[in-house]
Design a protein around this ligand. Structure first.
Ligand SMILES: [Zn+2]
Length: 472
């Protein structure tokens, strides 16, 4: 045997061993990093990172240490302070071979408050039974902060070099004022600028009551959250000498006009695809109405059926609804001012000013004083992104083959709305599969399925291979 042959045989044998090792160790590797993820989650839950407690910066610093120990350079890790809170930005440098802008991964480190008295288990201690982990933030959003951290550590420790930079932005006040995301998008654009953002918070896999995966939701857009107040004024007087005009009557008439009004039905590519892909899963009259609406967006019967469903009415257009009333100053005085608060969820494509003008037109009383309450954030819908949808499909294939992937429009405002508003298209989904009735985000006894740790790591590792592997 020539030396060349001997070398060749040795080389082939080595490759074979290497391939065998890779196949056998994928599950072992997931198990190993799952354990590390659970330890990180335990630490995360123990930190009461609610608004005003000032504990987010220490959490950010502890995560920074985890990245440092995994081999990230100090320059790649930036804690950006903001008042009592902070953000953490992590840059995973790529080789630039794709010639593409970075991908931004966004989650948040803060949580909504939890009262230990009313929880079955202590909200700031990670607890578990056979199926779930429990604790405040275990679903929203410390789970995904933990998964992204563990994923980046895993990639770094395995020597992976992406074909473009990957950036993590962990924000610090998503549950309160959402100013840290605006600070990053505005004042630190160089740190976070990206082709698109994957907001790892909400969306993701939906399980039915039998525990089967039925769909995977991807947030493409959010309605604008806007609140208005309208005030009827009157000279007032003594109630023993009533005058014909009265601020309460004026406001009541305006509210009745609002009640009788519905905003026009609107659809876009996202909502039509959502209805088209959800219809066959429902297998009832609501599903049939969805299918008819997709075929004909002005089908009056379908619209009436869907509008009668509180969980779908918001997908059909702008909604505005009175939520608070105040007024009068004494039981024996004619009211001088009466105010109603009207909360709107505005369909993408309309400004709050436009909607306020429509409310003024509908209520038909030029004497009413209208004001915008707070600062609404308007964000465009993100364009349909085939690359991301295909990456999700192939990453899910080994876990849940053939699952429908459904684009969604949210009715709230997450950090994704601010990335979109700043010109970075954003898509929201997590790797968690959960039954919506087990989702206690913001509520008591928040939980996440224990199986989600390994599944999420496997899912996101596959996503990275699809979106940023040098072979692509
Ligand atoms: Zn969240």
């Amino acid at each position: 045997m020539t030396n060349l042959c001997r070398s060749l045989i040795f080389f082939v044998a080595t490759i074979a061993l290497f391939v065998q090792h890779c196949l056998a160790s994928e599950d072992d590797t997931i198990a190993l990093y799952s354990e590390r993820a659970v330890e990180l989650l335990r630490d995360a839950i123990s930190r009461e990172t609610t608004h005003g407690r000032g504990l987010v910066p220490a959490y950010a610093e502890s995560l920074r240490q985890v990245f440092l120990e995994a081999g990230f350079a100090p320059e790649a890790l930036t804690v950006v302070p903001y008042g009592e809170t902070a953000s953490l930005v992590v840059r995973y440098e790529g080789d630039g071979s794709s010639g593409r802008q970075p991908i931004l991964f966004s989650s948040h480190m803060d949580v909504v408050p939890a009262d230990p008295e009313s929880w079955l288990r202590h909200p700031f201690e990670l607890q578990a039974d056979d199926i779930f982990f429990y604790g405040r933030g275990v679903l929203d959003n410390k789970f995904d902060v933990t998964i992204l951290t563990t994923l980046f550590v895993w990639l770094k420790e395995s020597g992976f070099v992406p074909n473009r930079d990957l950036i993590i932005a962990f924000t610090g006040d998503e549950e309160s004022f959402q100013e840290t995301v605006q600070q990053l998008a505005g004042d630190h654009r160089d740190l976070v600028d990206a082709e698109y953002a994957l907001v790892v918070d909400g969306g993701g896999g939906v399980l039915n009551d039998a525990g089967e995966a039925i769909q995977f939701q991807v947030g493409f857009a959010e309605k604008t959250y806007a609140t208005f107040s309208t005030t009827a004024k009157n000279p007032g007087g003594h109630s023993s000498m009533p005058r014909a005009d009265n601020a309460i009557y004026d406001l009541a008439r305006a509210i009745q006009r609002l009640e009788a009004y519905t905003f026009p039905v609107e659809t876009n590519e996202i909502t039509l695809t959502y209805f088209a892909r959800t219809a066959p899963l429902l297998n009832n009259e609501v599903g049939e109405a969805m299918a008819r609406l997709v075929a004909n967006p002005s089908d009056a019967g379908a619209i009436a059926t869907l509008r009668a469903q509180p969980q779908y009415v918001g997908t059909l257009g702008t909604t505005c609804i009175p939520t608070m009333l105040s007024g009068g100053h004494a039981e024996n005085a004619l009211p001088r001012a009466v105010t109603a608060v009207v909360n709107c969820r505005i369909f993408p494509g309309h400004t709050p000013a436009e909607i306020m003008r429509e409310l003024q037109r509908v209520t038909d009383n030029p004497e009413l004083e209208w004001r915008v309450v707070g600062v609404p954030v308007t964000s465009p819908a993100s364009p349909f992104n085939t690359e991301i949808m295909e990456a999700i499909a192939s990453s899910l294939e080994p876990i849940h083959s053939g699952l429908p992937i459904v684009p969604k429009m949210g009715s709230g405002t997450t950090d994704g709305a601010y990335w979109r508003a700043a010109g970075i298209p954003s898509y929201s989904f997590t790797g968690i599969f959960i039954n919506p009735k087990d989702s206690f985000a913001h509520g008591l006894n928040e939980r996440v399925p224990r199986a989600a740790v390994g599944e999420s790591l496997r899912f996101w590792r596959a996503m990275i291979d699809e979106l940023a592997s040098p072979k692509n």
